[in-house]
Design a protein around this ligand. Structure first.
Ligand code: ADP
Length: 160
């Protein structure tokens, strides 16, 4: 049986923390769907097309991943792609409350799906897309936070 996992997020933009979680998931599952959330109520720094393009570029070496976009419920998206697992990264205790709630809701909505948490690599504990956006907007060096292949695209995209 093929084991499919879904890694959801905004990825606005992709960071080394995301790449770490997705790479690890790709070793645990046969197929990993990277699901880019497009929430019409939210404003993003990068369009969904651009976020997908950056992810595809950053993850080009991983054969068993697929980057898709979704705008409804994650539980439905998991069903659509036959994914029995949702993989999420946990950075700190502060992530826990929200993630715990989401995992329980997703289980109610789709009892077939299990949420799996991977702990962050310690060096990425502080890292989020918003940190990358803030540092880049103030002309700080983001080369330690994002994959090298997309560094320039991200820097260009965040320039005013
Ligand atoms: P953020 O905007 O906070 O970077 P996303 O919503 O795009 O996060 O995150 C997508 C997934 O990646 C989530 O499961 C999130 O917990 C995980 N993630 C994000 N940053 C990290 C990190 N530095 N270490 C581990 N997991 C992370």
């Amino acid at each position: 049986m093929m084991r499919t996992a879904i890694c959801p997020g905004s990825f606005d933009p992709v960071t080394l923390g995301h790449v770490d979680i997705i790479t690890r998931a790709s070793k645990m599952f046969d197929r990993v769907i990277v699901a880019v959330l497009e929430n019409s109520a939210k404003k993003y720094a990068f369009t969904k097309e651009k976020r997908m393009k950056l992810l595809n570029k950053a993850l080009a070496e991983i054969p068993n991943i697929e980057v898709i976009t979704f705008d409804g419920l994650l539980a439905d998206c998991a069903k659509r792609f036959d994914a029995a697992f949702i993989v999420k990264g946990l950075r700190a205790v502060s992530d826990f409350d929200y993630e715990f709630q989401m995992a329980l809701i997703n289980k109610k909505l789709n009892p077939e799906v299990e949420t799996v948490f991977l702990t962050t690599k310690s060096e990425y504990m502080y890292l989020s897309s918003s940190v990358v956006r803030e540092v880049a907007r103030h002309n700080g060096d983001i080369s330690q936070f994002v994959p090298e292949v997309v560094l320039k695209d991200i820097e260009d995209g965040l320039k005013d």
